[in-house]
Structure formats: structure tokens, C-alpha cells
Design a protein around this ligand. Structure first.
Ligand code: HEC
Length: 200
């Protein structure tokens, strides 16, 4: 009897969870509308987003996670001329700019990378978030091809290395252009960039 009650309770939890996920999606669809250039299409998840939105137990499927990382990695266009570094001064502007992709933004304007929302970069800037690690002094890692490729790939599609990363896919999702990414790379690596300024 006791066993039956427990089984019924477990079935209820599993069932109600399944209903919940769909209900949440329906509520989202009902409560959001297209506005300017932003449409509810954005709520549709791709394979990777769907995988990472599952309960932890399901997204712990390491074989599937490895497949998703490999797919992300294979789509990253590595600059064939090995030209990874642009202009750090322009990159600084991209990193500090948090505009773009919201309905109130001008879609004709370049998007920003909003890096400071999650990272410390120029140590003199006091307003930064800490969801991501501090990138101050990043240039000390040197400019080996391996380091440039790693960073380029991380910026293009962070999921190539960390399946359920919280960082935006700047290249893969078309948030930043290749030139903007080169400029942000220079902002990280250039010895003259404030990112690599010795802390006062
Ligand atoms: C929404 C938060 C968020 C934003 C915005 C963001 N990042 Fe990140 N970033 C993270 C997190 C979290 C990590 C660490 C976990 C991971 O690797 O996924 C990370 C990791 C990194 C790494 C790897 C760090 C290492 O030690 O190897 C680099 C480089 C990086 N970010 C650069 C940037 C740059 C440049 C921008 C802006 C163009 C940016 N990030 C914007 C959240 C963010």
C-alpha cells in the first residue's frame, strides 16, 4: 500500500513536471508579442538550447554534450590569413557597448558585445559584472596561434568548449561581425590595451 502511494506520488511529480515545461512555453508565447524587429520567433530553441534547458539529470548526458560541442566547433570559421587582431581602440568600444537586439534599439546600428556585463576588463573601469571570470591582464597569456585560436573560437561560439556556457555566441549568432571580433581580440591581447594596464 505504502509502495503504491509512493509510486503514485512519483508519477505525479514526473507528469506534472512535463506539463509544466509546456505550460511555461505557452505562457511565454501568450505573454510576448512581436515588437519592432524583435519577434517571438526568438523563443524557439535550437538543439543546443533545448539540451541545456533540460533538468540537470538529462543535460548530464556527456555523449550528447560532446556531440553538440563538436558541432559548434566545426562551424567556427578560423580566419584563413591568421589575422586575428584588429584595432584595440575600436574593440574597447565594442566591449563597452551594451546596445543591440532589443526592440528599442536601432537595427541599423552596430551591436555591442556588452562584455562588461559579465567580465572585468580594463581594471580602471569600476562597473562590471562577475558572472564570467575577470579578463584583466588577458594579454599576459601571449599571442601563440593556439591562444589566438582558442580565444577566437570562444568568442565565435563559446559552446564549442563549454556545452551549456552562459556567454553569448557572438559570431555564430550574428551578434558581432568578424571585424568587430578582431577588434575585441586586440582589446584583449594588445600590450597597449587598457585590459593589460598594470593595476594602480
Ligand atoms: C552573459 C555573460 C557574458 C557576456 C556578456 C560575455 N561573457 Fe565571456 N564568459 C562568460 C562566462 C560565464 C565565462 C566562463 C564560463 C564559460 O567559459 O562558459 C566566459 C568566458 C570567457 C572567456 C574565456 C576566459 C578564460 O579564462 O579562458 C573569454 C576570453 C571571454 N569570456 C570573453 C568575452 C568577451 C570579449 C565578451 C564580450 C564580447 C564576453 N566574454 C561577454 C560570460 C559572458
Amino acid at each position: 500500500m505504502m509502495m503504491k502511494t509512493i509510486m503514485q506520488f512519483l508519477a505525479f511529480i514526473i507528469f506534472s513536471n512535463a506539463v509544466c515545461a509546456d505550460e511555461v512555453y505557452d505562457v511565454l508565447l501568450e505573454s510576448m508579442t512581436d515588437k519592432n524587429f524583435v519577434t517571438v520567433e526568438r523563443l524557439k530553441q535550437d538543439e543546443l538550447q533545448a539540451f541545456c534547458s533540460q533538468p540537470r539529470s538529462a543535460s548530464a548526458d556527456e555523449a550528447r554534450a560532446a556531440e553538440l560541442r563538436a558541432a559548434a566547433l566545426s562551424d567556427v570559421p578560423i580566419p584563413s590569413d591568421q589575422n586575428y587582431l584588429g584595432d584595440w581602440q575600436r574593440g574597447e568600444k565594442v566591449a563597452s557597448n551594451g546596445r543591440g537586439l532589443q526592440y528599442s534599439d536601432d537595427p541599423e546600428q552596430e551591436n555591442g558585445g556588452n562584455c562588461y556585463a559579465c567580465h572585468q576588463l580594463d581594471p580602471a573601469e569600476v562597473a562590471y559584472g562577475n558572472l564570467g571570470p575577470s579578463l584583466s591582464g588577458y594579454g599576459a597569456r601571449g599571442q601563440s596561434i593556439a591562444m589566438l585560436q582558442y580565444t577566437w573560437t570562444k568568442l565565435w561560439n563559446t559552446h564549442a568548449y563549454n556545452t551549456c556556457s552562459h556567454m553569448p555566441r557572438f559570431g555564430a549568432a550574428g551578434i558581432l561581425t568578424e571585424q568587430q571580433l578582431r577588434d575585441v581580440m586586440a582589446f584583449l591581447f594588445d600590450p597597449q590595451s587598457p585590459v593589460n594596464r598594470i593595476q594602480p
